[in-house]
Design a protein around this ligand. Structure first.
Ligand SMILES: [Zn+2]
Length: 206
């Protein structure tokens, strides 16, 4: 289903967004998937070791991709792709400090394809637009460190096979998500009918 974004402007300002129950489908689906992805909380020594591979430490953190001030830990290998878990989880071997721009822009793309690609806000795109705060040479150094990180984690990183771990439970769980989303269309129809009824009682303005 195509994603419809309704944005309205009145006198040049963004007008309150039209509510849409169906419009929440992709968020709900994503939360269903993310809710089953395990996490292993790293201890301070593990964090230190991982950061050292990236030549960082807690006192000098930067986005591992573009060098900007980091705001979050990014899944180095995406935990979700094509609306399914990839098998990668939230753990120290799969997390790097990142800025919001890079995290958003990278999505589920393999880091080395994305970082050299032309996706909106990718480091290479920002470099060509003069929006990157590091030079091309410094970006190459970052890519080298990310390769080191990938190599470092290779033997230790978790890659689960969700189906073999959970049997049919996992498929059932996703089916229940789709059933829930199917109901959204009915709820939306009810909501629109109710709204129309309520609006009908409002005083007519001239
Ligand atoms: Zn960044």
């Amino acid at each position: 289903m195509a994603k419809i974004t309704i944005s309205r402007s009145v006198a040049g300002l963004r007008y309150p967004t039209l509510a849409s129950i169906k419009g929440r489908s992709s968020t709900i689906r994503a939360e269903f998937i993310k809710s089953v992805i395990p996490e292993i909380i790293p201890n301070p020594m593990e964090i230190e070791e991982a950061l050292a591979v990236l030549q960082q430490n807690e006192g000098s953190l930067c986005c591992s991709y573009c060098g900007d001030t980091p705001t979050e830990w990014d899944h180095f290998f995406s935990a979700v792709s094509n609306k399914m878990p990839t098998g990668y989880i939230t753990e120290v071997y799969n997390l790097v400090p990142a800025c919001g721009k890079c995290n958003q822009s990278k999505g589920a793309t393999y880091w080395n394809d994305w970082i050299r690609g032309r996706a909106n806000l990718s480091p290479t795109s920002r470099l060509s637009n003069g929006q990157l705060n590091i030079t091309e040479e410094q970006l190459e150094v970052k890519i080298g460190l990310l390769k080191d990180f990938e190599e470092w984690g290779k033997a230790k990183i978790t890659k689960l096979d969700f189906d073999s771990v959970s049997g049919h439970e996992f498929a059932e769980y996703f089916k229940s998500c789709e059933e829930l989303i199917d109901k959204f269309a009915d709820y939306e129809k009810t909501a629109i009918a109710l709204k129309t009824k309520v609006e009908g009682t409002l005083r007519k303005r001239s």
